[in-house]
Design a protein. Structure first.
Lengths: 505, 176
């Protein structure tokens, strides 16, 4: 009976209005390159002080969910992830838009995000306390291997130039070594510049590497509008749902990956999207089509990144350890509200707050479907109908201000433009931006995990054992092996089978 | 050595030389590493070492082995990926963006954005004056409201009279 009371409270007009406003605000902010989910929530924190704790949580959860989904718009339509969580969405979303399926990609991103968000919320509702223990079982070594698992995607993103992808990945990882070293806090590669001590902000590098080359190409080509094959053909909801149904296992797997990655403190939506994309690509029968506009790629990335919302709340609420950066802001807001997070939150006197919030998260995720479809449709129409002479300066301006807004620092804008120019030149020589970005995002976790793991291992007398003797590490290593070698084995197996069939006929 | 081979070697050679340069810099990091610990130079050197090995492998492969078909394919790909029609436009657009970054702290966010939008549309061969003016004004106001009122980003107001102008516009928009 109490459960029904919580649900009724969550679906009250007041809470539905809050959730709707939050989803819309989050989607719009998330769609603007440079404005992240963390920033969207941080902006709203002062507003939540006047709300009841459950309402405040619903508002922040709705903004978070909307912002993670909103990042897909610019990823699909402009090849620029609105938030880092949408990096993997660009791999197939943008090629889909280029061939005239942008509307389908946006709808697919919406339905997959809703599915992923619901799975994450379901895990939060049913399994929060036991799952929170997983977060505690992850040490530096496990994080290192998780980053390597993500980096194994380089081979998939290199578009047939594996070694160029490797060089690009190393370049991206090297960019993260600029500034203060992860563990020892020594200064590296700053060339005496105070600006570089803070390092290269991943989001500004991301915008530069993805967006600037697109802008340059848009300016340099003669077409008056974005070159897509066809006009928009409506929502294409039935087509998207049919694709979702056809790839239901992939969708579910990506959502579970997203939830578990969300539980891991510091991992976040970008890693969840990349790992889920890698796994979807590995297990797909259409591996070779990934990166060229394969709908399953968009589904994997979007379901995983939205599943991190529910997943991230698990350690935040159960352990008081934020699972993702936006969760850290939410945790701060909760502390201001006087709520003490911990296992007692689920069994003590504040149970109603948690369960009303979880019910509200379900409501916000469901609301994302109509709002996301509507906003997505108009965003698509707008992008393909606005002349380039207006679109280019608008997007260029947004990238500049979005980059500036991260740290209120114009140096980040300069770095963004320089990296964009480098990315454009590298692209001319076949070094694609995706492996560079992958290295950029995962290198910090990899370095920190490796160096800390090494120190712990050395203190225990055997560094190698530290990396290869832990059960979770071994599990991830097995997955890395499968991820790297399975496509080769599968291709060989398919070729053999085709040869056999040919000889029989 | 054929010109085609040299062209293919150049990017790898540039990356290799840059890696060597950064390796030398990594050797000069000012730090004291305790025995058993990895110094701050370990991770960069690992990455640079890997990059150098890959570059050397590619250079050796291009230099020593004949891969006519592959080289033709690659060259074709590079040529196909460069469909530039308006290099002048590209240079002007790039310069304007760089100028925006430079002038935004002097002219202020509002004026600089308005000018940037107007000039970009004119350079982009858009000729409807009223559309340009209306779009630029609406765009600037919209951006000001989103970034300064909704998201609380502290954007440059400019210097001297330009600052006064920015403050006047902000006052008109009800932004404090």
């Amino acid at each position: 009976m109490q459960g029904i009371e919580y649900v009724l409270e969550a679906i009250s007009l007041y809470h539905i209005s809050i959730a709707l406003a939050g989803v819309i605000a989050g989607t719009v902010i998330g769609a603007l390159p440079g404005l992240t989910a963390t920033m969207a929530i941080a902006v709203l924190v002062p507003l939540t002080f006047s709300l009841k704790p459950a309402s405040a949580l619903i508002l922040m959860g709705a903004v978070y969910t909307g912002a993670i989904y909103g990042g897909a718009y610019s990823a699909i339509l402009l090849k620029t992830p609105g938030t880092p969580s949408a990096i993997a969405t660009t791999f197939d979303g943008y090629p889909m838009a280029k061939r005239g399926d942008g509307d389908l990609a946006v709808t697919l991103a919406c339905t997959s995000s809703v599915f992923g968000g619901l799975v994450g919320a379901l895990f939060l509702l049913l399994l929060a306390p036991p799952l929170a223990k997983i977060a505690l079982a992850f040490g530096p070594v496990e994080y290192f291997w998780l980053a390597i698992f993500g980096l194994s995607l380089i081979s998939a993103l290199s578009e047939g130039h594996m070694l160029k992808g490797l060089i690009g990945g190393c370049f991206g990882m090297l960019l993260t070594t600029i500034g203060v070293a992860e563990v020892s806090a020594d200064i590296r590669y700053t060339f005496g510049s105070h600006t570089l001590i803070g390092g290269i902000e991943p989001v500004s590098a991301l915008i530069g590497l993805y967006c600037v080359p697109v802008m340059i190409d848009l300016v340099a080509t003669p077409a008056r509008h974005l070159q897509v094959s066809t006009e928009g053909r409506g929502f294409r909801l039935r087509e998207a749902l049919s694709l979702n149904w056809r790839h239901k296992f992939s969708l579910l797997r990506s959502s579970v990956i997203g939830t578990i990655t969300g539980i891991l403190p510091g991992a976040g939506g970008s890693i969840a999207g990349l790992v889920a994309y890698s796994e979807a690509r590995r297990s797909s029968k259409r591996t070779e089509y990934f990166g060229t506009g394969e709908p399953e790629g968009v589904m994997a990335s979007e379901s995983a990144n939205n599943a991190t919302v529910g997943g991230g709340f698990i350690p935040t609420l159960v352990l008081g350890i934020p699972g993702t950066p936006p969760d850290a802001v939410i945790l701060g807001a909760l502390l201001v509200q006087g709520i003490r997070t911990g296992p007692n939150l689920f069994v003590g006197g504040e149970t109603s707050i948690v369960y009303v919030f979880i019910a509200g998260l379900f409501v916000a995720t469901v609301l994302m479907l109509p709002t996301g479809l509507l906003i997505g449709r108009y965003a698509y129409r707008f992008i393909i109908s606005v002349p380039k002479a207006i679109l280019v300066p608008t997007v260029a301006f947004m990238t500049i201000i979005g980059t500036y807004a991260i740290r209120n620092n114009m140096s980040d804008v300069v770095i963004m433009i320089v990296l964009g120019a480098i990315g454009w030149v590298l692209d001319r020589y076949g070094f694609k931006p995706s492996p560079i970005v992958l290295g950029l995002i995962l290198s910090r976790i990899a370095e920190q995990g490796f160096v800390q793991g090494w120190i712990i291992g050395t203190a225990r007398g055997n560094a190698a054992a530290e990396f290869f003797n832990r059960p979770i590490s071994l599990g991830i290593i097995v997955f890395i092996g499968i991820s790297m070698f399975y496509p080769l084995i599968a291709r060989r197996w398919r070729l053999n089978k085709e040869l056999q069939n040919d000889s029989e006929t | 050595m054929p010109m085609e081979k040299i062209k293919r070697i150049i990017p790898y050679a540039v990356v290799l030389l840059t890696s060597v340069f950064f390796w030398v810099l990594a050797c000069r990091f000012a730090c004291e590493t305790r025995s058993g610990n990895l110094g701050p130079d370990f991770w960069p050197k690992l990455l640079l070492g890997l990059t150098m090995v890959v570059c050397l492998y590619e250079i050796a492969k291009i230099t020593l082995f004949h891969r006519d078909q592959a080289s033709d394919d690659d060259a074709g790909e590079v040529k196909a990926e460069a469909p530039k029609h308006y290099p002048g436009l590209l240079i002007i657009g790039t310069l304007m963006t760089v100028a925006y970054v430079y002038f935004v702290s002097i002219l202020g966010f509002i004026l600089c954005t308005f000018l940037y939008l107007v000039l970009f549309m004119i350079v982009g061969r858009y000729r409807k004056v009223w559309v340009i003016a209306v779009n630029s004004v609406i765009g600037t106001v919209l951006f000001v409201v989103i970034f300064m009122k909704a998201v609380y980003v502290s954007l440059p107001l400019g210097q001297g009279p330009f600052q006064q102008f920015s403050l006047l516009i902000l006052k008109m928009l009800g932004i404090r």
